[in-house]
Design a protein around this ligand. Structure first.
Ligand code: FAD
Length: 381
């Protein structure tokens, strides 16, 4: 992602350069093993905590480094270029801490964000339900007031980190008559009686970034409600997802960069019929198109990140960035695998893992169809 360097401050460049070294030395070498073993990326997140990445989405007063959104884009891409599972678990943690940053009270921020920024507390973001993914406003998880707090009951599914995190931000209906304005968020700590995560789902990729079904039938204290008032949850979740979609774009950029890098190396080294693959026009044009797609995706992600920093509404820019980057990255990884021929299809090269890890980027945090709906809705408003 060196093409983004010019928009970073000197300090941010140093932060990213150091991160790149750490990822190259301590995270990327583990990526194939994680994919094979399916072990959750606890150790990799601990390395990222040392590098200051667990709170990289947070301002300084919340315990983060206070870097710009373009710097965060670059940093997440660096992690994803080394290990997709680690980047996915990291950005799921950001969805949880962004929920608290955007929707929490001063006390909730002071209590959880510094611990989350140092990696002492890992977060998860609990929005999706078995019958409410693309349309989360249709959720059924219910929070009802009790004498001294809340009773939270329902099932969340596909929750990244949800069975291993220290807390989950759970979105639930507090007023069934009020539609999406009747949704609130709650902080659910691990170990709360009645909170039972299932085993990790068996997924196609991101094998070290586990997702869980969460069965919830719990009593929570009054202060578990995120923020001062009920009914703010949906608005918070949508703002969190605007940030999250730029982070999905960053993951796509990082993984696609890695795939393109591998394809360039292979094309230079592989000799067919007396000349390197890289000398053949058909391969050169494939590489050119891969570079073109990636650069278009990068610029759209950068635009969304800049809008975020300016404090503008950037839902459409974020949807465009996520859609473009996830689809471009899918094409780039597929072309990179093609350039590797039969070797690309084996586990001796990283392409098949990257291809599998990337597939979910067109589905989670709003599928490509949902991003198109957001973009069209904006165009036709
Ligand atoms: C690995 C992984 C990690 C995840 N992590 C999290 C997490 O941390 N937290 C969380 O809350 N969720 C998480 N999710 C859930 C994810 O966000 C949802 O799977 C996603 O939003 C899609 O919802 P769904 O699976 O219910 O699909 P559905 O909503 O059932 O959609 C099925 C298909 O219909 C299409 N579709 C739906 N509505 C429309 C429409 N209006 N117009 C056109 N097409 C439409 C969709 O695009 C999709 O192709 C994760 C999922 C996975 C697999």
């Amino acid at each position: 992602m060196t093409d983004l360097d010019h928009v970073l401050t000197e300090e941010e460049r140093l932060f990213c350069d150091l991160l790149e070294r750490i990822v190259d030395e301590r995270i990327a070498p583990l990526a194939t093993g994680v994919d094979e073993s399916g072990t959750f990326v606890h150790d990799q997140l601990a390395v990222l905590a040392e590098a200051g990445m667990m709170g990289a989405n947070l301002p300084e007063d919340a315990g983060g480094p206070g870097i710009s959104a373009p710097a965060l884009l670059r940093a997440v891409a660096i992690v994803a270029g080394g290990c997709g599972s680690t980047a996915s678990a990291l950005t799921a943690h950001y969805l949880a801490t962004d929920s608290i940053l955007i929707g929490g009270t001063g006390a909730q921020k002071a209590d959880l964000l510094p611990k989350a920024a140092t990696g002492e507390a890992l977060g998860a973001f609990g929005l999706t339900e078995p019958a409410a993914g693309s349309d989360p406003a249709d959720m059924k998880t219910r929070a009802t007031r009790t004498g001294d707090g809340w009773h939270l009951k329902g099932t969340k599914c596909f929750i990244s980190n949800g069975g291993v995190s220290d807390f989950v931000v759970v979105y639930a209906v507090t007023d069934p008559e009020a539609g999406h304005r009747g949704i609130s968020a709650f902080i659910l700590p691990r170990g709360t009686p009645g909170f039972v995560p299932g085993p990790p789902e068996r997924t196609m990729g991101l094998k070290g970034g586990h997702v869980f079904t969460l069965n919830i039938d719990c009593h929570l204290p009054a202060e578990a409600l995120l923020g001062e008032a009920e009914g703010q949850g949906f608005k918070t979740a949508m703002k969190v997802l605007d940030n999250g979609r730029v982070e999905v774009a960053a993951q796509c950029l990082g993984m696609a960069e890695a795939a393109l890098g591998a394809a360039k190396t292979y094309a230079r080294d592989r000799v067919i019929g007396g000349e390197a693959l890289a000398a053949k026009q058909g391969i050169r044009w494939m590489l050119a198109d891969m570079g073109l797609e990636l650069q278009a995706a990068r610029l759209m992600a950068l635009e969304a990140a800049r809008q975020r920093d300016l404090g503008n509404r950037f839902s459409t820019a974020a949807a465009m960035a996520k859609l473009k980057a996830s689809e471009a990255a899918g094409h780039v990884a597929d072309a990179a695998l093609q350039i590797h021929g039969g070797y690309g299809y084996t586990r001796d090269f990283p392409l098949e893992r990257i291809t599998r890890d990337l597939r979910i980027m067109r589905i989670y945090e709003g599928s490509s169809e949902i991003q198109r709906n957001i973009i069209a809705g904006h165009m036709l408003a």
